[in-house]
Design a protein around this ligand. Structure first.
Ligand SMILES: NC(=O)c1ccc[n+]([C@@H]2O[C@H](COP(=O)([O-])OP(=O)(O)OC[C@H]3O[C@@H](n4cnc5c(N)ncnc54)[C@H](OP(=O)(O)O)[C@@H]3O)[C@@H](O)[C@H]2O)c1
Length: 214
């Protein structure tokens, strides 16, 4: 599959490297082709990694990951051009500077705002409630970390579910895009546990279930 990743930092770089290993064609869309992140990326991938502007990357693929800070997303969407029909994977967290709360009204979410800006696209919230470094190893003893995925388009969620499974996640369909409101708070809990509670970034969420629902 062809996948564009906007941003080449912790989340984008890691997802890109993992998907390249699974045989996907990745193009990174970046603001600066010479950045430390881009140089690192080129060094750490054997071949096949393409890097271009945000617009070039967005037109390369029908699946696009917005792996950039929340505050940069609206501008990036403008630079991306026509996104109608494309799957936009949103791992962003609109977190305040001291990591204690969200900088977005509770009556919306980053993902819902993205859906308004990128008209006609299919936004799927995913990969936001786990640390970037943890993406490299999603196995915790006998269990795998869960990727909580929400969005309004079932087919797009199926695509994202497959991409998550390929890199080692179990997946949980967390319902429609409006549930991004709670997934963004779930990320805040992850941050609080990892940093304020000093559990460190090697933690992940798992939904426990019983066979038969009993
Ligand atoms: N870090 C985590 O553990 C984690 C976990 C889950 C979700 N997230 C979310 O995922 C997103 C990316 O986080 P990250 O940790 O990967 O960040 P990061 O390591 O700081 O990388 C951010 C990337 O975005 C690019 N960028 C920054 N400002 C930009 C702008 N104005 N226009 C275009 N590109 C810009 C950077 O470009 P340069 O390379 O030029 O600096 C870099 O490639 C954030 O929304 C974050 O909340 C992070």
């Amino acid at each position: 599959m062809e996948i564009a990743i906007i941003g080449a930092g912790g989340v984008g770089g890691t997802l890109g490297r993992l998907w390249i290993k699974k045989g996907h064609q990745i193009m990174f869309g970046v603001r600066n082709l010479q950045s430390h992140n881009v140089r690192n990326l080129i060094r750490s991938t054997d071949s096949g990694v393409k890097v271009g502007t945000i617009g070039e990357a967005a037109s390369f693929a029908d699946v696009i990951v917005l792996a950039i800070p929340w505050m940069a997303v609206e501008e990036a969407i403008k630079s991306a051009g026509d996104l109608s029909g494309k799957i936009l994977i949103d791992p962003t967290n609109p977190i305040n500077a001291d990591l204690t709360g969200l900088i977005i009204e509770s009556s919306t979410s980053a993902a819902e705002e993205i859906a308004k800006w990128a008209k006609g696209s299919k936004v799927v919230k995913a990969f936001n409630s786990i640390g970037a470094k943890t993406l490299d190893n999603l196995q915790f003893g006998l269990v795998r970390a869960d990727a909580f995925i929400c969005g309004d388009d079932f087919k797009s969620k199926t695509v994202v579910k497959k991409l998550a499974t390929e890199i080692g996640f179990d997946t949980v369909d967390a319902g429609p895009l409006i549930n991004a409101r709670v997934l963004e708070y779930l990320a805040l809990l992850w941050i609080q546990l990892a940093y304020s509670r000093q559990m460190g970034p090697n933690i992940a969420f798992k939904l426990l279930t019983r066979a038969g629902g009993a």
